[in-house]
Design a protein around this ligand. Structure first.
Ligand code: NAP
Length: 271
């Protein structure tokens, strides 16, 4: 019943906001774990205590929901940071934050993820999405800090004939600068650290909306309608949308375990 409700919700949201989701990506990437995680945790692995957790990018779309959800759970002692205090491209910012807060875990939502802009600025995409993550992973490994990093369905796409959802076992094959930079970031995390949660997600939507759009899709469309402006949205992409609050809630449970590794988190409308 609960799953049916969720499925119905996902389908409704998808039909209402489908155009918006299409702005971000074009690959159906599915995840069977989003709703499975809370029910499949193995209790002996649950973290016992209040994990000091540094959140990077706390004012972003996903970051703001992680901030809300983790701050309300006594299993975590959340320290939210924004770019002015901690810019992941500045190693000294990371070092200063580690000295100041001594976290046991770092969750980074920071990314340069405007796909079209990345295409024109591949160096910046590589700097933020790959090199900065490499530095972060190295520091986390050296200081025994758990790293939580987000990646994207854009690591797929090379197989043009693909019409099935992807799993974690599928070989990646990005087709643009954003996807290449994010995949490089993934490889650095896997190569340089051991205690990591690498979360691929897809088509995020939430109350905050993506940082660069300064608001969510619904609010922005209403604002444009009120101004009688022409509204232009993409309508030729298919993907699996993911509500940031759902992601944050499920992530909160996953991170209480020591089940490190790669996860694909999104709604699963195909079940
Ligand atoms: N949005 C999607 O549909 C989608 C899909 C798949 C995967 N993802 C991944 O999910 C993660 C979160 O995405 P989101 O939609 O929540 O993005 P978002 O709303 O743009 O939030 C990103 C946050 O990171 C911060 N940030 C950017 N560059 C930074 C830097 N150099 N140092 C420190 N902070 C920095 C931003 O701060 P400012 O406000 O100062 O810019 C913002 O707070 C990203 O890794 C993204 O690649 C997103």
């Amino acid at each position: 019943m609960q799953n049916q409700l969720r499925r119905g919700y996902a389908q409704n949201i998808f039909s209402v906001l489908g155009f918006y989701f299409t702005i971000f990506t074009h690959n159906p990437l599915t995840l069977y774990r989003l709703y499975a995680i809370p029910y499949t945790l193995s209790p002996p692995l649950l973290y016992n205590g209040s994990m000091k957790t540094l959140l990077i990018g706390a004012n972003g779309q996903l970051g703001s929901d992680i901030n809300k959800v983790f701050s309300a759970d006594s299993a975590y002692q959340l320290i939210p940071t924004v770019r002015e205090e901690l810019d992941i491209t500045k190693t000294e910012d990371i070092q200063n934050a580690l000295k100041k807060y001594s976290p046991e875990m770092i969750i980074s939502t920071a990314a340069f993820h405007r796909v079209d802009v990345c295409e024109n600025e591949p160096d910046k995409a590589y700097q933020v999405n790959a090199l900065a993550i490499s530095a972060l992973a190295k520091i986390c490994h050296a200081q025994n800090i758990i790293l939580v990093h987000f990646s994207t369905d854009y690591v797929f796409g090379a197989d043009k004939k693909r019409n099935r959802p992807y799993t974690e076992d599928d070989n990646p094959g990005p087709v643009n600068a954003y996807g290449i930079s994010k995949l490089a970031g993934e490889y650095f995390v896997k190569y340089l650290s051991e205690k990591y949660f690498l979360i691929r997600t897809c088509g995020l939507y939430g109350i905050a909306g993506p940082a660069e759009k300064k608001g969510n899709f619904v609010d922005n469309i209403i604002a444009k309608s009120n101004e009688h402006k022409e509204i232009s949205v993409v309508n030729d992409q298919i993907l699996t949308p993911t509500y940031t609050l759902d992601l944050a809630n499920n992530l909160k449970e996953l991170l209480k375990t020591q089940n490190y590794g790669l996860y694909q988190f999104t709604l699963c409308p195909f079940r």
